[in-house]
Ligand binder design. Structure first.
Ligand SMILES: Nc1nc2c(c(=O)[nH]1)N[C@@H](CN(C=O)c1ccc(C(=O)N[C@@H](CCC(=O)O)C(=O)O)cc1)CN2
Ligand SMILES: [Mg+2]
Length: 291
């Protein structure tokens, strides 16, 4: 193996510590701590674990966690009524509805109902539009975490060739927008792309978010590339990424592991977004670039 391992777990711990350091000043100015409401519908075991971690890490940062666990048969109307209640609650700065939702609920209808200024997941089309047009808004946590890891590793991304594999609204599209904003030259490829290895051959940066175990092979990569693996695939052999780690690590310059790479950054960035939301909602200034 030649690649350096990018330690997302350690980076995320550092980011959470920076969030926690900034909470007391907010509390002194606003007379309250930032609040994050997390809504879980149903009993998906992985979602339950993520929601528990979100609550625990929110409290550890000194912020308030409001947890709403609803049964799987909750109606769309009832879920939207809860979102309306959270939109109106001044103690709630950020609202997150854990995905995936049960099949009978229209995910888009629910996400559209969240006040964009409390949308710390950055999934509302208003925030997607803000990101695409360079306005202030909330950026989805997983791609934001990937960008932080990339800038920590590579510094200025100007002019670097970046390939994003996957075009989801949650990872691929916002990732491409963030890399474009950082002046990288960005290509999006996906499951219907012809000759995918052709695009990877020249990529200085590869972000893999396809949802297929071991999909990206080391022989497709440019030697020295920085590889960010967003995949979380549960296989008989355990949790694996979208990148064939062993072959990729012998070609790449740096690579994120699964677990311990991008995953922990998702929740750390959620806490960061919640702190930012609290400052904006309460009209308290937050020094630019401090977090
Ligand atoms: N409303 C949202 N729903 C979902 C999001 C999201 O950002 N907002 N992302 C994922 C799930 N997710 C957070 O919600 C999440 C996924 C993975 C991790 C993580 O730390 N993964 C660990 C491995 C943990 C394990 O063993 O399962 C790692 O990669 O090291 C945190 C959060 C979908 N839904
Ligand atoms: Mg180049």
């Amino acid at each position: 193996m030649t690649a350096d391992i990018i330690d997302g777990k350690a980076f995320a711990a550092g980011l959470r510590a920076r969030v926690a350091e900034l909470v007391p000043a907010f509390q002194a100015a606003a007379g309250r701590v930032p609040g994050l409401a997390v809504v879980l519908v149903g009993e998906d075991p992985a979602s339950a674990v993520y929601v528990r971690s979100k609550g625990k890490q929110t409290r550890e940062c000194g912020m308030e966690s409001f947890e709403h666990k609803l049964p799987a048969e909750t109606t769309q109307e009832a879920l939207i009524a809860l979102v309306d209640q959270l939109n109106a609650d001044p103690a709630v700065d950020g609202i997150l509805v854990q995905l995936p939702l049960p099949k009978h609920i229209d995910e888009q209808a629910v996400l559209l109902r969240i006040n964009p200024d409390k949308d710390v997941d950055g999934f509302h089309p208003v925030n997607a539009g803000r990101l695409a047009t360079g306005l202030h808004g909330f950026v989805p946590c997983t791609p934001l975490g990937c960008l932080m890891l990339l800038e920590d590793r590579l510094g200025d991304l100007t002019g670097l060739d970046a390939v994003v594999i996957g075009r989801s609204n949650i990872v691929g599209k916002p990732m491409a927008a963030l890399l474009t904003r950082a002046s990288a030259t960005v290509t999006i490829v996906h499951s219907r792309t012809r000759n995918l290895p052709h695009y990877l051959k020249h990529a200085d940066i590869v972000v893999a978010a396809v949802g297929r175990a071991h999909f990206v092979k080391g022989e497709w990569l440019k030697p020295g590339a920085t590889v960010i693996d967003v995949g979380i695939n549960r296989t008989d052999a355990g949790l694996v990424g979208d990148v064939d780690f062993d072959s990729a690590a012998s070609v790449a310059g740096a690579i994120t592991p699964v677990p311990g790479g991008v995953g922990p950054m998702t929740i750390a960035c959620l806490l960061r977004n919640t702190l930012v939301a609290a400052h904006r909602n309460a009209g308290v200034a937050l020094e630019k670039g401090v977090i």
